[in-house]
Design a protein around this ligand. Structure first.
Ligand SMILES: NC(=O)c1ccc[n+]([C@@H]2O[C@H](COP(=O)([O-])OP(=O)(O)OC[C@H]3O[C@@H](n4cnc5c(N)ncnc54)[C@H](OP(=O)(O)O)[C@@H]3O)[C@@H](O)[C@H]2O)c1
Length: 342
């Protein structure tokens, strides 16, 4: 017996990736439904070698469904996730709506799968921000070995992290520039083609942006509240794959060699770290992949016990859809669904 799974936001970047991953991982689903807004009613989306017709969220009856993979944004999730959970359907949500709720586990299975034991409190589990997910997978083995005290991270985030319209904007501006069309930014406040924008989310009073703040608080909730983290989020003209330049300080010394060995053994991590031209991972190679790629490991001599490295992952996969499906797999392992899965 398998689960009945509804993918809400099935026409979006993350939703389409959810459907692809459910199929690729042969997730034990007896039935899968594609759900989106009324605008997409009847639209077909791919699920393996089949297609599913989209249903409208307002009309979908979640009674009898076991799992809702939700990626329709925070506003929709705030209203709908509690209603869906109240019908006995576990919601794994991709938005930021529930991440900091103390009764909602915020989970990256390689790091804090144990937090899932609280999943039935509200019936909602939160998926972290894409930049946090890949970061904590890389930090976890290093933290276990030498205790991280402080992290300085700069992100190089792809436009798919903002959604389909942002991908269209990069594509349109890029083509336009070759025929002398003046870029007219809509999704981003400045031109994104052939440019970089040091801004993600909304500005806060202290000058940080919400995208940066999320990395700080989510890392504390998932990995360790004692870790101090400061971030600079930057949007770059890349379609898929977020990159991060990370500087860590530890309680005890840790060499680049020791870190490399620890990371090679760590679940979900792929180390590509040859100190030669091209001996590192870039977003182009990581798009469509499951792993979190770590490169450029080196000691940072400017601080006590410092280490610097580069982390890349597919933001739609480990940063969103893959992590959500892995959470569901872990919940099956832990017997957290009402139904026994054979
Ligand atoms: N992209 C990433 O890297 C990433 C990573 C982590 C988390 N997330 C989060 O995941 C969520 C989705 O992101 P995305 O990139 O997939 O966005 P997207 O490409 O813009 O897709 C949005 C999806 O939500 C649906 N939707 C919008 N309003 C709806 C409503 N009122 N009722 C039902 N469905 C509705 C859309 O359906 P229609 O086609 O019918 O409008 C579409 O399927 C966001 O909360 C985002 O912050 C994204």
């Amino acid at each position: 017996m398998g689960l009945r799974v509804a993918v809400v936001g099935a026409t979006g970047n993350v939703g389409r990736e959810m459907l692809a991953i459910l199929d690729e991982l042969q997730f034990p689903a007896d039935e899968v439904a594609a759900v989106a807004s009324r605008r997409s009613l009847g639209r077909e989306v791919s699920f393996g070698d089949r297609t599913l017709k989209c249903q409208a969220l307002e009309d979908f009856n979640f009674a009898g469904w076991d799992l809702c993979l939700m990626s329709a944004g925070g506003t929709v999730s705030k209203v709908w996730s509690p209603k869906i959970a109240a019908q006995g359907c576990i919601v794994i949500d991709n938005s930021s709506a529930w991440r900091m709720d103390p009764d909602v586990p915020l989970v990256v299975p390689e790091v804090n799968a144990h937090a899932l034991d609280g999943a039935r409190k509200k019936g909602i589990v939160a998926n972290p921000n894409c930049s946090t997910a890949q970061l904590v997978v890389a930090l976890k083995p290093l933290h276990d070995a030498a205790t991280i005290t402080r992290v300085v991270v700069s992100t190089y985030q792809s436009v798919s992290g903002t959604g389909r319209e942002a991908m269209d904007e990069l594509w349109g501006q890029t083509k336009g520039i070759f025929v002398n069309d003046k870029p007219s930014p809509v999704v981003y406040p400045k031109q994104i083609a052939f440019n970089v924008i040091p801004h993600g989310g909304d500005f806060m009073e202290d000058g940080y942006t919400t995208e940066e703040w999320k990395m700080t608080v989510e890392t504390k909730k998932i990995l360790d509240p004692k870790i101090k983290l400061t971030a600079t989020s930057v949007r770059v003209p890349v379609f898929v794959g977020h990159s991060e330049a990370v500087h860590c300080e530890f309680e005890r010394p840790i060499s680049a060699e020791e870190a490399r060995e620890l990371l090679r053994e760590a679940p979900g991590v792929v180390v590509i770290d040859k100190r030669e031209d091209g001996g590192y991972a870039t977003p182009v190679e990581c798009a469509g992949e499951f792993g979190v790629y770590v490169s450029r490991l080196r000691e940072d001599p400017t601080v006590d016990n410092g280490l610097a490295f580069w982390v890349v992952a597919d933001n739609l996969r480990k940063g969103a859809a893959l992590n959500a499906v892995q959470i569901a797999q872990e919940m099956i392992e832990r017997g957290l669904f009402a139904k026994q899965i054979a």
